[in-house]
Design a binder for this molecule. Structure first.
Ligand SMILES: CC(C)(COP(=O)(O)OP(=O)(O)OC[C@H]1O[C@@H](n2cnc3c(N)ncnc32)[C@H](O)[C@@H]1OP(=O)(O)O)[C@@H](O)C(=O)NCCC(=O)NCCS
Length: 173
């Protein structure tokens, strides 16, 4: 759920949500929501969550989550040496995250990101994930995630991660 007091709701993408007019400025991210996100959610290859302003059902923002793996060799050495020496480690991937252009700069991106982090933390109680990973599509997206303390992986600077320990600290202080 979004922070108390906000007028927005975040829910699993369903048939009744109006996606057709969603426009975030990235054709690929728009097309994914318009044409692919429902199928991916139904087939359980990604879970898509959408933000609406009740009583409307028009999608104002969305993100997707799925299970993934990261190569331990790509983590910063200071973190890797505190972890067991497995070649790969489990993570939760935010595959996509986007906000409608009419809603930009109003805190909706932050709301979606915090919701994604909270859901990832809750899921990790049952299915372990040691970090949340994101693929930043360009420099602006990278700056957005760095603003929330995401760190780059060694060989893929546009692939950023936030340790689950840090996320737990955000929600359990
Ligand atoms: C990146 C995006 C999700 C940001 O959404 P938004 O709703 O405009 O962002 P918010 O209003 O919630 O901003 C939250 C904070 O991030 C900062 N921020 C937002 N966009 C930023 C950017 N591109 N670079 C740096 N900081 C940024 C804001 O200044 C704000 O900081 P504050 O809390 O200190 O005031 C949105 O611009 C978008 O959908 N872009 C196109 C798709 C995209 O790039 N997705 C990223 C994943 S690939």
């Amino acid at each position: 759920m979004p922070a108390p007091g906000t007028p927005y709701r975040i829910a699993v993408l369903g048939k009744t949500h109006d996606r057709a007019t969603f426009n975030c400025g990235s054709a690929a991210l728009d097309r994914y929501l318009h044409q692919q996100a429902r199928q991916d959610t139904e087939k359980r290859v990604a879970a898509a969550f959408v933000l609406v302003e009740p009583p409307g059902l028009r999608v104002l923002g969305y993100y997707t989550l799925c299970a993934s793996l990261v190569n331990a060799s790509e983590l910063p050495a200071t973190l890797a040496k505190k972890l067991p020496r497995y070649p790969q480690l489990p993570v939760t991937l935010i595959g996509r995250l986007a906000v409608d252009q009419n809603m930009k700069g109003k805190g909706v991106g932050q709301l979606l990101l915090l919701d994604a982090l909270r859901r990832s933390l809750e899921a990790a109680v049952n299915i372990a994930a040691m970090a949340v990973l994101v693929d930043a599509k360009d420099e602006a997206a990278e700056t957005f995630y760095r603003h929330f303390s995401f760190l780059p992986l060694q060989q893929q600077p546009r692939r950023l991660f936030l340790p689950m320990k840090t996320i737990a600290g955000l929600f359990h202080d």
